[in-house]
Design a protein around this ligand. Structure first.
Ligand SMILES: [Zn+2]
Length: 286
């Protein structure tokens, strides 16, 4: 039986100035891991350097347990403009390397995975990530049109692909595997600037389940080689509290995902970005 993957990416930024609540960050990370463990799975935590510094031991434990720990970038926390997509190639490299160095100094290990704050990127971003040594991650939310955040992804590929060396909105042959956030490509919200995406905190699980089913069906129709539901959240909610609405939404999303797969007679796995990027590379050598 063919398989569909549920890949949750958690952008961890509890120490960034707008949030500044590391104890909530810790509780959130532990709560999310608890939910994922109960489902016999793993996920990817994308962590800003400030959070790695504060919660090094937790992430080391999670890494040991089979979770993936990647880098999340908010240039504002490093003294730059918050939106990476405003910068040229050399500047982006400088910003990313600075964050990476800080991450490595505190974690003692270089991440392979990357996720971009606000999905703010331009055509220089993927080549910069590749050059610096990242192999996979998430920069795109297909259909997002937020020029105020330098985050424009109109018409970008919906599913896993190699990035294009010159155009962020096309699939190409750059050796960086992009795992786009799952969206309902026919929906619009935020005054038409954004599609309904699979961030846990956006709507309830019932709403998310429509997007999940719709995306799986399309990936089957299009014979996408590695079928993925890519959800996201942030470590700024009380995921450790079983009564918390966000936690219940996450549990509901995973439960619905499993039911949908069973109904369609597909196997499923709840796993990391690394796992699906590796599967994709195996089937489609660059
Ligand atoms: Zn972020």
């Amino acid at each position: 039986m063919e398989k569909v993957y549920f890949v949750l990416g958690v952008d961890c930024e509890s120490t960034q100035p707008k949030v500044n609540n590391p104890s909530l960050g810790e509780k959130a990370v532990r709560g999310i891991a608890e939910v994922i463990n109960k489902n016999a799975g793993h996920c990817t935590f994308f962590v800003i350097p400030g959070d790695i510094k504060k919660h090094k031991n937790i992430y080391a434990e999670l890494l040991q347990a089979g979770y993936e720990i990647g880098l999340h970038l908010h240039p504002g926390t490093h003294g730059f403009n918050e939106y990476c997509g405003l910068y040229g190639p050399e500047q982006q490299e400088t910003i990313i390397i600075q964050a990476l160095d800080e991450f490595c100094q505190n974690f003692g290990r270089k991440p392979d995975a990357f996720s971009m704050g606000y999905a703010s990127a331009n055509d220089y971003t993927y080549p910069a990530l590749k050059k610096i040594g990242f192999s996979h991650g998430t920069c795109s939310i297909p259909g997002r049109i937020l020029p105020e955040c330098a985050s424009i992804w109109a018409g970008a590929p919906l599913f896993i692909h190699y990035a294009h060396p010159y155009n962020r909105c096309l699939a190409g042959n750059l050796d960086f595997v992009e795992i786009p956030i799952t969206v309902d490509w026919e929906s619009r919200m935020w005054s038409g600037k954004h599609p309904l995406d699979l961030r846990v905190e956006l709507v309830d699980s019932k709403n998310h389940s429509y997007t999940i089913e719709k995306s799986i069906k399309r990936q089957i129709e299009e014979k996408v080689p590695v079928k993925i539901i890519r959800a996201l959240t942030h470590n700024i909610f009380e995921f450790d509290n079983p009564e918390n609405f966000r936690r219940q939404t996450l549990e509901g999303m995973i439960g619905d995902f499993k039911n949908i797969c069973e109904k369609m007679r597909y196997n499923y796995e709840i796993t990391t970005c690394l796992k699906v990027a590796t599967e994709f590379r195996k089937l489609n050598p660059v």
